[in-house]
Design a protein around this ligand. Structure first.
Ligand code: GDP
Length: 680
């Protein structure tokens, strides 16, 4: 097979709210382009992209599927992403693989929370964006929706085509703009608006067009069009019906001729880590360069094992070649795969812009950079802003002896899912799963039951509390143990200071004159880090603390690593207890969409849970309420919201910051904490 040129490739993610029709649209495009002979349906669970048994059961995408369309010598990788806000983490991680996102909007329900999140998130990450209005066969008011989109996301959201007057097809307004009857606006008007916008970035063309009145061809407009996409100066809008097929041919043409190829999009933000510093690294999408590829998805299949799916940014990956994963591990590519939903075909090599997979490489992990030269050892891709998982649930196996099976399953699930975090709280002997919402956690638990045959017991969601200190304090500990033969001796004096919220942990060594020999400093840090995970007053991890090791004592015979681990740990605990420790709780920003009649109930309920309303916006007969509220105040919120809105409300949650819990809650948490018996 000859190597595909980057110019022949398009990498696009279909994003947007659940139910917008992304999976149906993917299926319809695959059929239209002749990749499949018959379109599957969501209801029958027979689509190419929703192949996981749980996806079929839920009738919604739960993870990103990679589908490919080969049409007119162009190879389009279409990433069908999940639309539930709970799975936004997975959607965001797939965006690292594409040059453009197409936000699909349901013509019937209009702008929804994920529409907004994705359009704004795409702008922050410098991704080229377009909008697809799907379900034009339904009874939605398309003219109003377009006006709504322009009002919310800017006048640069301009149609490339318009629905025909009978609603059964779409009329092109960019390539060949004849004068055909449309449902609203006119082809000429839409064409002029689009060209006016595009020429704004090219003075020469602007002169030809405005001053000399010259008609510009799509070829002449191509370069400035791409520039507009890169700069966010234009967000083209296309109309389509995945159900009737209206607009599919036009949409494919837009993908092929107007969406950026891997040479035309904004370059990804690769960075090189050099000690504490990072420097940007330019990527050259040249097949002859060194290989740089980024793993944006990992799946663990009971039959195929671990599969790492990656986008090649430069160089050529070939079967038989050895690649490194990040800084050290090396593996040989024995099979290189090209994906079509759950099916794959073996390929021999692939160049820049391609999306491929390798299997049976156990060390591969999400976000890894694959490369073929030690020069690229410390490369990483700047992570896209993604909400940290905050919804917790404590789990336990009900069958004795299943602990190892549980730990293996958790390890594999966390590998696949960047928005899942597993925390083992040694102090409470509790395993806590953190995800981005109730639905996310329910799906993970179901997978553990179905795929890993685990029987589980769960506790009510626990909140990811944290501990910190509110003033500086000194700590001291002398560890001295005489047990017959050799003794243990280590003494540590340190100071702790509060850091600003979100700063994490800082370890500073200010020991001079060898009072603690240099080789024992890592042991002191190790002891301190043990306390960080376990907390001191309520069993939650400590954060936002600087610890400065100032002085200590050693013994030429009895000082050994273990002695300084213990001394570091106890000195740190000593300092924390004197530094007015407090418990912090996560506060989230929430956006609630609901019928406007329920506004009083919703704001009243939020205020009673220490929430702060930031704003309300009425859109037609709907209202959007933005607020900040402690996460604990949103426990079981969907059912409360259902009760207040007759099932018409939905909400999104995003981590905002940590804040001190009220005194009564702190007392309760401290009372309920039983520190582990110390073994030192
Ligand atoms: P996703 O969650 O965005 O992937 O949306 P789906 O593809 O699962 O579609 C949600 C529902 O909308 C399904 O019942 C589809 O049959 C339906 N649907 C998708 N596209 C269209 C369309 O163009 N017109 C109509 N009327 N229904 C559609």
């Amino acid at each position: 097979m000859t190597l595909r040129k980057p110019e022949q490739i398009r990498n696009l993610a279909l994003v947007g709210h659940a139910g917008a029709g992304k999976t149906t649209l993917t299926e319809a495009l695959l059929l239209h382009a002749g990749e499949i002979n018959q379109a599957g349906t969501i209801e029958r669970g027979s689509t190419v992209s929703d192949f996981d048994p749980l996806e079929k059961e839920q009738q919604h995408s739960l993870d990103t599927a990679i589908c490919q369309i080969n049409h007119n010598q162009i190879h389009i990788n279409l990433l069908d992403t999940p639309g539930y806000p709970d799975f936004a983490g997975r959607t965001i991680s797939s965006l690292a693989a594409v040059d453009a996102m197409a936000v699909v909007i349901n013509a019937q329900s209009g702008i929804e929370s994920m529409t907004e999140k994705m359009l704004n998130g795409g702008a922050e990450s410098d991704l080229c964006r377009m909008i697809i209005i799907n379900k034009i066969d339904s009874d939605g008011n398309l003219e109003e929706l377009l006006a709504d989109i322009q009002q919310r996301f800017g006048a640069e959201c301009l149609p490339l085509n318009l629905p025909s007057a009978d609603g059964e097809s779409v009329v092109d307004c960019f390539f060949q703009h004849g004068d055909v009857a449309t449902a609203f606006s006119s082809v000429e008007e839409a064409h002029t608006a689009m060209v006016d916008q595009v020429v704004e970035v090219d003075e020469e063309l602007m002169q030809l067009y405005l001053e000399q009145g010259q008609e510009l061809s799509p070829e002449q407009l191509h370069e400035p069009f791409e520039q507009c996409l890169r700069e966010g100066h234009l967000i083209p809008v296309c109309f389509v019906s995945a159900r009737t097929g209206a607009g599919l041919a036009e949409l494919l043409k837009v993908f092929e001729r107007l969406m950026p190829n891997p040479l035309e999009g904004n370059p990804p933000h690769f960075l090189r880590r050099d000690g504490d510093k990072t420097t940007p690294v330019a990527i050259t999408p040249d097949p002859k360069e060194h290989v740089i590829a980024h793993v944006f998805k990992v799946t663990v299949d009971p039959f195929v094992g671990v599969m790492g799916i990656f986008r090649i940014w430069q160089g050529t990956v070939t079967v038989g070649q050895s690649l490194y994963i990040g800084e050290s591990r090396q593996f040989k590519i024995s099979h290189l795969l090209s994906l079509q939903g759950k099916k794959y075909t073996e390929i021999h090599s692939a160049g820049p812009g391609n999306i491929c997979a390798v299997t049976k490489v156990d060390e591969i992990h999400y976000d890894a950079v694959l490369h073929d030269s030690h020069d690229e050892d410390h490369l990483f891709l700047e992570p896209m802003p993604s909400p940290p998982p905050m919804h917790g649930i404590a789990i336990q196996t009900t069958r004795r002896g299943d602990e190892q099976k549980l730990s293996t399953a958790l390890h594999k699930l966390a590998m696949e899912d960047p928005s899942l975090k597993v925390e083992f709280r040694a102090s409470l002997n509790e395993t806590v799963l953190y995800g981005s919402g109730d639905l996310h956690l329910r799906i993970v638990l179901e997978k553990m039951r179905q795929q890993y045959q685990l029987e589980l017991e769960t506790q009510p969601p626990s909140i990811a509390y944290r501990e910190t200190i509110s003033k500086p304090a000194d700590g001291h500990y002398r560890h001295k143990k005489q047990t017959g033969g050799a003794g243990q001796f280590g003494e540590v004096m340190l100071k702790v200071e509060p850091l600003e919220r979100g700063q994490g942990f800082e370890f500073v060594n200010k020991v001079v004159g060898g009072s603690i020999p240099t080789q024992f400093i890592p042991a002191v840090e190790k002891g301190i880090r043990q306390v960080l995970d376990e907390g001191v007053i309520a069993g939650y991890p400590l954060q936002d603390i600087r610890v400065i090791v100032q002085d200590g004592k050693h013994h030429s015979v009895d000082s050994k690593e273990i002695a300084f681990v213990t001394a570091g740990k106890k000195a740190f605990q000593d300092a924390i207890t004197k530094a007015k420790p407090i418990v912090l709780e996560p506060v989230v920003s929430t956006v609630i969409n609901a019928p406007d009649s329920s506004i009083g109930d919703i704001t009243g309920d939020l205020s009673s849970r220490h929430g702060m309303i930031n704003g309300t916006q009425v859109l037609g007969n709907k209202v959007e309420i933005s607020a900040q509220v402690p996460l604990s105040g949103l426990e079981g919120y969907q059912s409360r919201l259902n009760a207040m809105t007759g099932g018409e409300g939905n909400y999104t949650v995003e981590f905002s910051h940590y804040e001190r819990v009220p005194d009564n809650i702190q007392q309760e948490l401290v009372r309920g904490y039983k520190p582990r018996a110390d073994d030192s």
